[in-house]
Write a protein that binds this ligand. Sequence first.
Ligand code: BES
Ligand code: MN
Ligand code: ZN
Length: 493
Amino acid sequence: MEFSIKSAAPEKLRTDCLLVGIYEGRKLTDLAKALDTMSEKAISAALKSGDMEGKTGSTLLLRQLSGVEAPRVMLVGLGKADDASLKGLRNSFRAAVKALPAGVECVATDFASLSIKKITVQQKASALAEVVLDATYKVNAVKEKSVEPHPLKQVIVLAEKADQASVEAGVSQGHSLGQGVALAKDLGNLPPNICTPSYLGKQAEKLAKEYGFKIEVLDQAAIEKLNMGSFLGVTRGSEEPPRFIVLQHLHGKKSQKPVVLVGKGITFDTGGISLKPGADMDEMKYDMCGAASVLGVFKALGELKLPLNVVGLIPTCENMPSGRATKPGDVLTSMSGQTIEVLNTDAEGRLILCDALTYAERFEPAAVIDIATLTGACVIALGHHVSGLFANNDALAKALLAAGEQANDRAWQMPLWDDYQGQLDSNFADIANIGGRAGGSITAACFLSRFAKKYDWAHLDIAGTAWKSGKEKGGTGRPVPLLVTYLLEQAAK
Ligand code: BES
Ligand code: MN
Ligand code: ZN
């Protein structure tokens, strides 16, 4: 997608389609008023006929307005003027992009100039760039003929001269973020016979080369050397070799402690010997979306060149049943030395993450954030709208919640109280890998907390938010927006 910023008179712009906002109650924005006058009241006439009220999400396409150079003017409902919010702007703009006819390759909008209380021009411009990438995203489907890209290629953001620098900064930020989101979606959507642990390793190497990150991709032998017995217990049943990816974006001061991101990279989760039921099992290809979000964040970091030190850790393997697979009752020795009784081989995410959390200690991190499609229980608790957040530090939790709020990628904090820890007691090892049905997402977080005692740590359970099922099946790229917004905040400090 190409973005440009212009202050030209909208009626003279050469573009395929001009987007013009209408507030609820058929109230014209300034741009709508100007064009209405120029076009002998064509806009008022369309509204009077009852074709459009201005509700958020509604659109109406007008053609060949007299006095307007662009062949199409799309009226876009903005909702009630008094309730204007960044979220509303995102929704209106998304609806407009989705409603564009196939012949539109270039669109112009003044939406970064619409006034919204407490929201800066930069924030609005960033949201517009991010939304247009999200709304024009096409699944990288494996078809006989390659998938046609979305026809929209160019977006002109109209802004007054005084605002142009802010718009420019916002657009560039939103564009970077949008590219990170798209990478996370792409990796999630790939079939699991293509997106294997070695494939993720190669993608990480490709990113590192493109943006100058430091990279190590550890193979089975190197993982064995590190004594990651818990991670190795999960990969045992699979013919695909595991990888442990270490990516480093080092653009902060040498003395600055890094933020470490840890992503769950199960490229397919059958459940192992505790085999999952067959229905919808294909969706377990998305069990590497935590890993995909870490790579997505690194893509955005590479584009943004933030003055920060960020480390990405990705333990990645398959969870398969086989004659060699770990069995219920097996006891594994984690890298930390703590032993784990595997009571259910389908609770494998925590088993690969715990060793990565121990590995993270060597970076003396400012904070460690793990991201994982960890529990079905989290989906039962919170549904598909928000991610579950757990943390051993309140300031970190608050910062992540605020970032999610700002990025329209929200999380909700769940308790991580000691009351639940007893559910993980084992007669045969230091800890069991499951804690029963009650509070399943909480006991999963409690398990991880045992390996995250040496630093400030947060855990995002994205089981309900990382992908959509049904007709719109596909990765969402979440929580890349939350994480990048959090890192932008850290860099601004
Ligand atoms: N990857 C799944 C969690 C999951 C399930 C995410 C469905 C999204 C949709 C995870 O590895 C898993 O299987 N968890 C088990 C844990 C249980 C055995 C304690 C679960 O949630 O059922
Ligand atoms: Mn599982
Ligand atoms: Zn899993």
